[in-house]
Write a protein that binds this ligand. Structure first.
Ligand SMILES: [Fe+2]
Length: 467
């Protein structure tokens, strides 16, 4: 039996290859993924040993769980794409300092040492063209140190320049098995470079794939989380992928990375895009090119439960008042504890009758209604939100408050709530979204879901919009 398991993971890759009871792992996700998902899954399927682990490139969302796996499981071979030490950007896309390059270099050396102690360490370089496991025979692309070569080659226009992130060194893999074509794109990109050997790398890999198959690709792990400059139309016209797994958030794939989604759809109308935020996927490869998948590691569904105003019935009114009371109590606590408001004046305003009675009145009107709602998962309230939909106007949905209760924060809970929020509000007529936000972490959070800056509100707080 041949399978490929894409574990639930967002902005990190954990891909388990299985062939007749043998297992190999391509990338290990962030280090938090180990306890949360990797070990529980290995236990669930009865995995006791890995024949290999392959790290496509030295970014923490790919090497993160390597030490923990090496500690707990026997591993035959570790194929490691060594760190170039010449990064201009970090794995988070921030400016890389000398300090970052030094620390990551030391970490890579340390991990190689650990791998050497308990398994067979093979550095990925030109000599590594194949990685095999049972019936799988993967061809390895991107097996050179492109970053160092362009830095050192006297003929390179990038000689002595630190201008690439480690993704430029990412390996990618291709395999054809029983008539099924599989392409695992690592974090490789298609940057246009004045250095022919590494110019538009993904296009070059596509040329190499063409030599091995007439196409199309049946199963593709989208390169670099489906984000950035990845494909040329020519390459996609050849690949025409049927299933594409993207290690990203459902909510952002359809906004921020729409360009790549549209390109995939243009290349193949019936492409199935599978996002690995709310579940993982295990594909079974038949002996005659049959390919099927099942969802694994499913996140329990999150729904929105609205606080419904009841005008006539006294008991319903009492329930409404009690719900409101509970909402406002948590609301003010969250505004203060999360640092959204701090001045005595703001605290007075948001806990005062004036603010609350306006919202309550707007909850009762027929048009442009205001909504207060709880996020509910497995019968538990895990967060809340406050928003208004201007359905009489252009369908703007203004999000005033959104928070996950402290015990439920982490492991993507906020992101899953956002996805539930979009689904719920679109059904209520929301056409686009706006919010204001001045804190750093929430700003990053909203940007990850496709919000972009759009001026300031009347108090000078930055406004964000998501179309
Ligand atoms: Fe990555």
């Amino acid at each position: 039996m041949n399978k490929i398991h894409f574990l639930r993971a967002v902005w990190n890759d954990v891909i388990l290859i299985e062939s007749d009871g043998l297992y190999g792992l391509i990338d290990t996700g962030i280090k938090e993924a180990y306890e949360l998902r990797i070990r529980p899954y290995f236990q669930e399927i009865g995995l006791e040993r890995l024949e290999f682990i392959l790290i496509t490139h030295f970014h923490r969302d790919h090497y993160g769980s390597l030490p923990a796996i090496l500690r707990d499981y026997p591993v035959g071979t570790v194929y490691m794409k060594g760190f170039s030490g010449l990064n201009s950007s970090t794995s988070n896309g921030r400016q890389a300092t000398d300090e970052y390059n030094r620390t990551e270099s030391a970490l890579c050396a340390d991990m190689c040492e650990q791998a050497r102690n308990v398994s067979n360490l093979v550095m990925i370089d030109e000599s590594l063209e194949h990685v095999r496991l049972g019936d799988f025979d993967f061809r390895v692309f991107g097996n050179t140190n492109a970053i160092r070569e362009m830095y050192e080659d006297p003929a390179s226009p990038y000689k002595g320049q630190i201008r690439f992130g480690e993704n430029t060194n990412s390996a990618a893999l291709f395999c054809r098995l029983n008539g099924t074509n599989i392409y695992l794109g690592g974090d490789a990109n298609n940057e246009s470079l004045d250095y022919p050997k590494y110019d538009r790398l993904n296009d070059q890999y596509c040329e190499a794939v063409k030599a091995l198959t007439d196409g199309p690709i049946d199963l593709m792990k989208a390169p670099h989380h489906l984000c950035g400059n990845l494909f040329s139309e020519e390459a996609l016209a050849f690949y025409r992928p049927r299933y594409v797994v993207a290690t990203n958030w459902t909510a952002s794939v359809y906004s921020q990375f729409k360009g790549n989604v549209n390109m995939l759809k243009a290349a193949r109308e019936d492409v199935r895009l599978l996002i690995s935020d709310r579940c993982g996927y295990v594909f079974t490869l038949g002996t005659n090119g049959q390919l099927s998948y099942e969802e694994i590691q499913k996140v329990p569904e999150i729904t929105l439960e609205e606080i419904e105003p009841a005008a006539d019935d006294e008991a319903a009114n009492e329930r409404f008042a009690a719900e409101l009371n509970e909402f406002w109590k948590l609301h003010i606590r969250y505004l203060i504890e999360d640092g959204i408001i701090s001045s005595a004046e703001d605290i007075d305003y948001f806990s005062g009758e004036e603010y609350r009675s306006v919202i309550e009145a707007h909850m009762k009107r027929d048009e442009n209604r205001h909504h207060l709602a709880w996020f509910v998962r497995e019968g538990k309230r895990i967060g809340a939100c406050s928003y208004c939909i201007y359905d009489r106007e252009d369908g703007k949905c203004f999000l005033l408050d959104f928070w996950v209760f402290k015990p439920y924060r982490g492991d993507g809970c906020g992101h899953h709530c956002v996805t539930a929020f979009f689904e719920h509000t679109k059904a209520q007529g929301a056409a686009y979204y706006e919010l204001n936000c001045s804190l750093t972490d929430p700003t990053r959070f909203w940007k990850a879901h496709g919000f972009v800056e759009n001026g300031e509100d009347e108090w000078g707080v930055p406004l964000f919009i998501r179309k």
